[in-house]
Design a protein around this ligand. Structure first.
Ligand SMILES: Cc1cc2nc3c(=O)[nH]c(=O)nc-3n(C[C@H](O)[C@H](O)[C@H](O)COP(=O)(O)OP(=O)(O)OC[C@H]3O[C@@H](n4cnc5c(N)ncnc54)[C@H](O)[C@@H]3O)c2cc1C
Length: 368
């Protein structure tokens, strides 16, 4: 019987894996099924634009999946021992599973986040954020918690699009603290220009209806709080009994295969993927694409009776948009440490846009 490979999640990692598998294996060797909750591809790296009210492309998954059968539906459970998935009233069997379910906002980061904060991790929550921000009256305060790349992009985009609001960024550490001095200086100038007020040393311990409470006792009154301080994988893999880390990311070996279930591979934000140096890769589109490629190659190699090699990966840049007309490209060493070289301003915004477009094209091509 033909080997059935099911890929859960048509994001950057899952789409790359499905398209590469369909290319590398003949229909006689394997059938590839791609399952995704929505019928359209969500360019998550554009969610801050959605939050700011911009229209972004939403291509149909069927137009992007090449050679893989597409099934629209949310996988509710995985019975790993029987190699089965539940999708509503349907049961789907697999021989090999690629788990690429992405990540969600970590609502347990502080008490009150789940009840009172807005998030930016998928279409539904980001649309709620967009609508809530649009209703804040002039002079109102919007607080973004978390000064990693997502928090920086969200604060900058919302400040540029809603000049009537006061946008605050609460940061436990200096925003962009791991970047080069030139990059940090540019970020400060961009925030000054956009009117983003940065509060550093601000560790949020509670969110409530009136705003955020800090560990040092201060209160930051806000009309709305956006929680951009952490992401975690969905609970699906943990509930199925797969070995996961503290963020519910599937623990995988150097070929992207689950360390507890050899017929399961995991990629993208939903996996704790390591480079061959042993370094754990951060949740990023830049790591989801090569991980998707790696899993597909490992599965195809094993079906063809070959032993797959480990993931080969090196970081090159970190790209951050600062509104639509400014950006920051931080060149980095292979292990993600910053180099002195940075690109800023309009040319950086243009490079970032090209990188975003290329990410989708790369997934469509199955990772090149
Ligand atoms: C605002 C923002 C800006 C970002 N900017 C950048 C950036 O500039 N550069 C960068 O490298 N990264 C960036 N990221 C991170 C990047 O978006 C993620 O790391 C990337 O999307 C991970 O890809 P993925 O394929 O693992 O998951 P996703 O892209 O999240 O795709 C997962 C897919 O699985 C589907 N799914 C989940 N559960 C199920 C289920 N049970 N059944 C069926 N389908 C399911 C989801 O609907 C989704 O389509 C950004 C993230 C955000 C939120």
């Amino acid at each position: 019987m033909t080997h059935h490979i099911v890929v859960i999640g048509a994001g950057y990692a899952g789409l790359t894996a499905a398209n590469r598998l369909a290319r590398r294996l003949s229909p006689g060797q394997a059938q590839v099924t791609l399952v995704n909750a929505a019928g359209t591809f969500l360019e998550r790296v554009r969610l801050h634009q959605v939050a700011a009210g911009q229209a972004v492309p939403e291509p149909a998954v069927t137009d992007l999946a090449r050679g893989a059968r597409f099934v629209r539906g949310r996988v509710e459970s995985i019975t790993a021992d029987r190699r089965e998935l539940r999708l509503g009233s349907t049961t789907m069997r697999y021989d090999t599973l690629v788990y690429a379910a992405g990540s969600v906002a970590d609502l347990e980061g502080a008490p009150g986040v789940a009840e009172h904060a807005l998030t930016v991790s998928g279409t539904g929550d980001t649309t709620r954020l967009r609508d809530r921000v649009a209703r804040i009256p002039a002079g109102g305060v919007l607080t973004v918690v978390g000064a990693g790349p997502t928090g920086i992009e969200v604060a900058a985009e919302l400040a540029e699009s809603h000049r009537r609001l006061r946008v605050r960024l609460l940061a436990a550490e200096d925003p962009g603290g791991r970047w080069s001095p030139a990059a940090r200086a540019h970020l400060r100038r961009a925030f000054d220009r956009l009117g983003v007020e940065v509060m550093t040393g601000a560790k949020v311990v509670r969110v409530d209806a009136s705003g955020a409470r800090l560990a040092d006792g201060r209160s930051v009154g806000s009309d709305a709080v956006v929680w951009a301080a952490g992401f975690r994988a969905p609970a699906l893999a943990r509930e199925a009994g797969l070995a996961v880390d503290g963020h519910d990311r599937v623990l995988v070996d150097r070929t992207a295969r689950s360390i507890s279930h050899p017929d399961v591979y995991a990629v993208g934000d939903a996996a704790a993927v390591r480079a061959s140096s042993g370094q754990e890769l951060r949740m990023a589109c830049a790591t989801a694409l090569p991980a998707g490629r790696q899993a597909a190659d490992a599965i195809a190699d094993r079906i063809n009776g070959r032993e797959p090699g480990p993931l080969r990966f090196r970081y090159v840049v970190q790209c951050v948009s600062l509104g639509r007309r400014d950006g920051l490209i931080q060149f980095v060493h292979a292990d993600d440490r910053p180099r002195a070289m940075t690109l800023t301003g309009r040319s950086a915004a243009l490079v970032k846009e090209l990188v975003v477009r290329n990410a989708l094209r790369s997934a469509q091509r199955g990772g090149g």
